[in-house]
Structures are given as C-alpha cells and as structure tokens.
Design a protein around this ligand. Sequence first.
Ligand code: NAP
Length: 242
Amino acid sequence: MNPLTVVTGGSRGIGAATVRQLAAAGHDVVFCYQRDSAAADAVLRDVHAAGRQGRAVRADTTDPEQVARLFDTAAELGEPTGLVNNAGTTSPIGPFTDLTLADLRRVVDVNLIGYVLCAQQAARRFASGGAIVNVSSAAATLGSPGEYVHYAAVKAATDTLTVGLAKELGPRNIRVNAVSPGIIDTEIHTVSGLPDRAAQVGAQTPLGRPGQPDEVAAAIVWLLSDAASYTSGAVLRVAGGR
Ligand code: NAP
C-alpha cells in the first residue's frame, strides 16, 4: 500500500517541491494552502500526473477546525502515516524595536500554533505509526539579529517541539524530525520586504548561492522514508554550510 502524507503549505515554495517529490516517490498526498488556489491546482495536477491520489484543501493551519478538516479529507483516502509541517510565514525585516504586535502574533500563530495543531492531529490519527517532519529554519541557531529575531525564536521552538515529540511519540513508532533550511529561493522573501533577498544572502553562504526548494524537499522525503527508519529527534540542516 502506498504511504499517505499530509503536507501543509503545499501550493508554493518548499511545500510544493515536497508534494511533487513525495508523489514521485510513491506517496499519495493531501496538502493545504491558504490563498493561492491556482498554484495549488497546478501542484495537484502534478500529483495526479505521477499516478498518485491527491487532494488540495484550502485550510488555514492556525484554525483547529480547518486543520481537523484537512486530516478528515486525508482519511477519505486511507490512513495517513506522514505529516510535513511546512506552512510558515515571516514578517517585514527590521529592527526588533519596530516589530508590531500584529506581526509577532501572526508569526507565532502560523509557525508555532499551526505546527502544534497539525502535529496533534497526526499524533491522534497515526494509529499504526508514522513520521512527522517539521520545517524549521537555520535562523533558529543564527538568531537573525536586525532582521526577525522573533521568527528565529519561533523556529527554535520548532526544534524543541521536534525533540520533545520524538521522545513522546517514539514508543508509538512515530518518528519526528526537522529540517532547517538556510536561505532558499522562494516567494517567502516578498513578505520580508526584500524579494531578491535569497540571491543577496545566498551569495554570502559557504556554497555561494541560495538553496532551491527541491534541495530541501529531498531531505524531507528522505526523513519520511524507510531509509530513515532509525532517525528520530534529528534537526537536519540544509543551509549550504551556513
Ligand atoms: P512560501 O514560498 O511563502 O510558501 C508558503 C506556503 O505556505 C504556501 O503554500 C502558502 O499558501 C502556505 N501557507 C502560509 N500560511 C498558511 C496558513 N496559515 N495555512 C495554510 N497554508 C499556509 O514559503 P517557503 O519559503 O516555501 O517556506 C516554507 C517553510 O520553510 C516555512 O515554514 C518557512 O519558515 C521555512 N523556511 C523558509 C526559508 C526560505 O528561505 N525560503 C528558510 C528557512 C525556513 P498560500 O500561498 O496559498 O497562502
């Protein structure tokens, strides 16, 4: 039987690359997105073209009822065994003193509360074991001074969520890991106010370039696979040496 995996934020960027690679690796995939239904439809077409079952669900991961509906939709296809907690956002780059309460709350809501709500659904529903991958960020250890310290702090919480859940859910044969991307060439940087940020910051990394979404997706797909069967509680950095 094919594995069935839920991916949050699968319409663009790292999430879309992950959905496509999972389908190519034989997963059926149910993914959510928030706004961009045209992008979601394009990703879903590729899932079907790979010969796999899929669903694209408009669901905001910060809303418990919408998260439950996402997992209910997955249950229509079978018993899910994988979750990629990926839907994330940032806020405009700037000094810590300029951070608004609304931006702080949004970053905590999407990047932490959303991840917890989805992991909770997975933990309740993965009756025969499974694997969760949380998409963190290298910012968790870099701190992102002068840019978005609050985002970095929330990503550090993602790493702790990963370590704690790996210990709590391990006895139920649910592995929990994280990937920590460095600077990746996606549209998230438009939110930060610097659309060409990936090229600028990427040039300063040891590998001299930003990463591509597929390079992160490959690590996620490996962590979900049987090849990673004894890997749990790991935070795998995919950051070009940064
Ligand atoms: P992206 O290109 O902006 O894509 C974000 C995806 O998440 C979109 O599919 C978006 O859907 C969806 N999304 C956002 N908020 C959502 C919500 N509340 N509910 C449901 N879906 C939501 O972002 P990305 O760069 O691929 O980032 C993916 C993850 O990697 C994030 O957790 C981010 O923090 C992390 N990361 C990124 C980088 C980087 O340099 N790109 C580096 C380190 C870590 P809609 O477009 O439909 O709203």
